[in-house]
Every structure is written in structure tokens, then in C-alpha cells.
Design a protein around this ligand. Sequence first.
Ligand code: NDP
Length: 331
Amino acid sequence: MADTFQAVLISRDEDKKQSVEWTELSEDDLMEGDVTVAVEATTVNYKDGLAITGKAPVVRRFPLVPGIDFAGTVTKSTHDGWKEGDKVILNGWGVGETHYGAYAGRARVNGDWLVPLPDGMTPKDAMAVGTAGYTAMLCVMALERHGITPERGPVVVTGAAGGVGSVAIALLAGQGHHVIASTGRASEADYLKELGAAEIIDRDELSGPARPLGKERWAGGIDAVGSHTLANVLSMTSYGGAVAACGLAQGMDLPASVAPFILRGVSLLGVDSVMAPKELRMEAWQRIAKELDHKKLGAIASVVPFSDVISAATDIIEGRVRGRVVVEMPG
Ligand code: NDP
């Protein structure tokens, strides 16, 4: 009999009611791909929370193993770029949405989707960063391409105590930016300062309807929240500044005016991690390995066993997760 491994499976009944259960799978159950990976660590991102709770239509094929990212070791490969024993990371590409994902002992994927685990990083380190942290780096790179240097003025990070926010603060502070952290959790002020936030503001300041133009408060920002928050961030961005937008924790809408764009030359930079081209991913991961302070990563991450992954997914949607959650797979 083939070796089996534990997995989380999301199914839907005839009435389209979603259910989540633990199951045993074998490699024969996995979907098509040219590389099989022993998953050593995974994580819980906001999107995983949406998938498991069914709060948004993240899962587009049933049944499905959720989990949008993992790190592990190649066990089989017919792909030119990978051989048994290689350490790899996967983020996105529809894994955990339309292709069986990370919440299983093994994953079989297209080898083109994988990036090498950077030297000096363990699979758990990589998942402490995870898709949220890699997206934070993509946002930092987008701001850099737009010339947002520390000399230009402060930068704001919204959803500060979340995964994208925490890593964004650590990266930006590491580059010498004056970081303004916007959070709904005043109790996390010490944590955010430890990551490098210079100022903390209450997210209520940004969560109501925005004026077309507000007082110029920052040269740029990284927004994980969307909706009114992004509209306010834009309206308070100084002349020629830029905001990297990657999230929708408050909402998918953008109730903004064009005033910041046409009167202040502000740029809105869209950031997507799922389909980002391989060169950009490689650059992001190499830079994370070099630039993200390991001590700060330790402060950002908490570790849960695989058996807790379903409850951790509910916690992230209910705003109970600080920073990042690493899911340790059974040895
Ligand atoms: P987290 O849940 O870890 O962080 C989100 C944070 O947003 C929360 O911690 C909270 O921060 C804040 N927040 C939550 N609800 C609200 C609300 N109603 N109003 C204002 N702020 C709120 O999620 P992640 O960091 O993993 O992801 C953040 C966002 O980025 C998500 O929307 C996710 O889907 C998106 N994302 C997008 C990617 C892409 O490719 N574009 C990739 C990865 C993530 P605080 O407690 O500090 O207020």
C-alpha cells in the first residue's frame, strides 16, 4: 500500500455548503505536476483563512487541499531545474486555490513555480516570512522603483500588526525609513516599536470616508487594508509620493477621489504575489534572506503544530493573529 500522509481537505455539498475535514492522502491522490515535495513547514496567511472559513471564494475547485505556500525538500522530480534533496519554497500560482496545496505531508506542483530556499534560511524561517512577508518585500521593491528613499519623508504601513504589515515595518525600518505604523491594536505598540516603527497611529484615523486631499503626512506607504484606509493613505501622501497596495483586510472597494493623482502626482502601485514572475520572486527572496533582521523575524513569528492549522485559519480572519504563524509539519 502507498504511504499515506495527513491532509486538510475542503469539500462542498450539493447545496454548495463548504466543509473542512482531516483526511489521509497518498501521492496517488495529488494533482499533476513534475516535482513532488515533502512539506516541512507551511503557514497561515489571510487568504488561507478566507479559504478555510469560506468567507471569500478563494477555493475554486472542490475538493481541495488548502494552503497557499510551503517550504520543503524535493523527493521526486522530472523537471530540469530540480532534483531530489533540493530545498524549495512555493508561494501562490493558484496552489491552495485551484491546485492541491500546502496543508498536506506532500505536495506535487509544476517545477516552474518553485524558488530555491535561500542559503542560511530554514524551511521554518521561510514560512515565518511566507507569502505575506514576500509580498511585503514586493511592496518595498515597488516603492524603491518609484524612488521613495528615506530622505523623501516618512512612510506609513497599514494593518501594521498583521503579517504583511509586520514584515514591511521590519524591512523599511532596516533601510532607515521613518515608519508610521497604523494599527487597531494599541496593545501591540511595544511589538511594533521593536520591529522598528517610529510612530504608531490608531487605524480609526484612516478607516472612515476620505477627503479628496488631506494634510500631507507621508512620502509613501504600504497598504494591506484597502477600502477607506487606502483612500485616506492616498489623500495624505505628499507631492510625487507613492503607495503600494496589496491587501483588502477592510474591504475590496476603493472609495477614493482622483485628487491625489491629478493634483499631487501621487502613484498607486499595485502589488500581486500570486502570478509575480520568477525573476521578481527570486530577487525578493534573496533580499529577504539578506535584509530581514533574523531577531525581528523571531519576534514576528509564532509556531503552531499542523494539528492547529484549522483554528489558526479562523483566528487570522477574526484579527487574533499577531505577525506571522508558522505551521510545523510532523517530523
Ligand atoms: P493579517 O490578518 O495578518 O493582517 C491584516 C491586518 O489588517 C490585521 O492584522 C489588522 O491589523 C488589519 N485589519 C484587519 N481588519 C481590518 C479592518 N476591518 N480595518 C482596518 N484594518 C484591518 O493578514 P496578512 O498580513 O496575511 O494579509 C494582509 C492583506 O494582504 C490581506 O487582505 C491579504 O489578502 C493581502 N495579501 C495580498 C497579497 C497579494 O498578492 N496582493 C499577498 C499576501 C496578502 P492591525 O491589527 O494592526 O490593525
